[in-house]
Design a protein around this ligand. Sequence first.
Ligand SMILES: [Fe+2]
Length: 473
Amino acid sequence: MPDELQWMHPEFAPECLNSGCRAPPMPQCDSACCHCRARGDQSAWPCGLFPSSASFSPPSLSGRIPPWLQGTLLRNGPGMHTVGDSRYNHWFDGLALLHSFTIRDGEVYYRSKYLKSDTYNANVEANRIVVSEFGTMAYPDPCKNIFSKAFSYLSHTIPDFTDNCLINIMRCGEDFYATTETNYMRRINPQTLETLEKTHIHIIDQRTRKPVPTRFYTDAMVVFHHVNAYEEGGCIVFDVITYKDSSLYDLFYLANLNQDFEENSRLTSVPTLRRFAVPLHVDGNAEVGTNLIKVASTTATALKERDDQVYCQPELLLEGLELPQINYTHNGKPYRYVFAAGVQWSPIPTQILKYDTLTKSSLRWGEESCWPAEPLFVPAPGAKDEDDGVILSAIVSTDPQKLPFLLILDAKSFTELARASLAVEMHLDLHGLFIPDADGAARNQATSETEQAPASGCQGPHRPDGAGGLGLP
Ligand SMILES: [Fe+2]
């Protein structure tokens, strides 16, 4: 896997992208200056940024991208599982690979780059895995092994805990951070994907808030991803993807992934969307056994067992989905649609689906040999309905004859609007977000007004705030 891949808009490449070179790029080469371009040791692509074995071509586009869709889909996930002769045990351990699809004026530009975390730098410098991850233990006492000298030398660079932020992208104001499950995150440049400084997460103890005296409980389950939560009719309604056991984690050990999926990668429990309802107040006069939920929109129950103990039983909404997303303007509010990856007994998604929590119906997109990533919803400017917008998903193909592509679906009908196929080695990722291009949105507002598009009625560019920030594996 090369360090970075890109097919960029000239606007995004004001400098040669070769490491340490800041010269202006050649006019005919969007990413390299003439010196780097001419260097004999660089292969087919300028600056060696593109794999020498690949024949490069810009994304091949089919369909039509809505003119209002301007911005960058920024995503994160594991990209490198081998360092030197050492190998991670678990798929969730891989060194973070950021990748982005920039949509500009109906065209798509792609870029990927490894997160230059302290973990990445220490591993690369040692040419082996020297920082432990979730499923991989580095040498527990490096001073006692043959690498002692190297470790003594590297000790100032090895982080105390991994900062390999491969899980998600978080937006804080105008800053963007790659995040993981430890207390480190790394600020990144969302345009160039360069890694900036490290950030500590500070946890604030809100001592002024007293805990609710009632104890709520339910049956044992495993939850990786929450969908949404809101208040309705005196209770908190929340939707989560649940498992009966932790078999999902087990299946992502690389030893399991390397075996035949059909034979060895079957989940022992299917991910299931369930709706819980928790009463905000427990009626002291209610009899034991009373269902405290009075909301008509759900069959979830909360049975009073004692004045200070309530048993919650969820409503089963849909089986076989993961990596849920919503129209994020409905985050924390009543909502109707869940967008998710469709999975069944294998942990790898094979479909994208839209679930209607009101009608309990679903729409699906799927294609032979395609593995879709988490679908992200992007609202249309001036959207009236919750599902006015598009779905973006990076699709990896298991068919070597079929290129990976960025898929754009109409979120309402779930029909394909466009796809941009890319001659790159794209990895299955985890989470991400869409960064609307404010200038582009404003430009297209003017365009749509000029064209008097039927779906217009624009009241200004719509900017979702931090879409995609829900998930933690
Ligand atoms: Fe996750």
